[in-house]
Design a protein around this ligand. Structure first.
Ligand code: PGA
Length: 249
């Protein structure tokens, strides 16, 4: 099977100093391969590296994104905050919203505001959803996903600039991934919920949570997955490239 048009997102979280950028040269060289060019690679570094990375990605197909934004579009007295306009002016084309590591402060309504704010500034959104281990244990996964998607996408008519990232919270940074039957079922449910909510519009679903170059062989068996959101395994180009290679072979 050859997969094209896959999405690979490197979520650097709170990692990355200027001196770490040189390692990305490997990904840049790799991305010039004609087969790889058919896929989308996005780097989401901390705010501090957005413009540096944007500069580095000149003449490449690699895109740059941020990891979060403030919900307000206007500038103002919000010390320590960064909004959609600011990340856009720094060079971001994408933004992650609703990541589980930010959901401690953002409820579904806030996430919906942030998504709207990003779309208003013509940013593309990587919208994260997923259940906690407690919710999974209590068999609430479907209900949680439905709630997150319904409120998160409320009053948003067009979803062509939204990538849905299913990231079970218990799988993030733990080395655990869902079994394939369960993952397949959850992805199908997400697909159905969004298709029903948004009247059959096209959109893409990716998976995130402990993706690495070993378990990718399993994960790519899920046909409805169109890519991966990768945290720790994206910090070194070598590991990130291995994942892309295996997914696109
Ligand atoms: P992980 O992170 O790959 O380190 O589990 C994924 C994510 O948080 O997006």
């Amino acid at each position: 099977m050859t997969n094209n048009n896959m999405i690979f997102i490197a979520n650097w979280k709170m990692n990355g100093e200027k001196r770490h950028i040189y390692d990305i040269n490997k990904t840049i060289n790799f991305s010039k391969n004609s087969k790889i060019k058919k896929n989308l690679i996005i780097y989401c570094p901390p705010f501090t590296l957005i413009s540096k990375l944007k500069n580095k990605m000149k003449n490449t197909n690699i895109k740059v994104g941020a990891q979060d934004i403030h919900y307000l579009n206007n500038y103002g007295a919000y010390t320590g905050s960064v909004n959609a306009k600011l990340i856009k002016s720094a060079g971001a084309d994408y933004v992650i919203i609703g990541h589980s590591e930010k959901r401690f402060q953002d409820d579904d309504i806030m996430i919906n505001k942030k998504i709207k704010s990003a779309l208003k500034e013509k940013l593309k959104v990587i919208f994260c959803i997923g259940e906690t281990s407690k919710e999974k244990k209590n068999k609430l996964t479907l209900r949680v996903l439905k709630r997150q998607l319904t409120i998160g996408l409320m009053n948003i008519n067009k979803i062509n600039n939204i990538i849905i990232a299913y990231e079970p919270r218990w799988a993030i940074g733990t080395g655990k991934i869902p079994n394939l039957i369960e993952l397949n079922k959850n992805i199908k449910n997400v697909n159905k919920i969004v298709t029903d909510l948004k009247k059959n519009q096209n959109f893409r679903i990716i998976y995130g949570g402990s993706v690495n170059y070993k378990n990718i062989n399993e994960l790519i068996k899920i046909k409805d997955l169109k890519g991966f959101l990768i945290g720790s395994a994206s910090l070194r180009s070598k590991n990130f490239i291995d994942i892309i290679k295996k997914s696109t072979n």
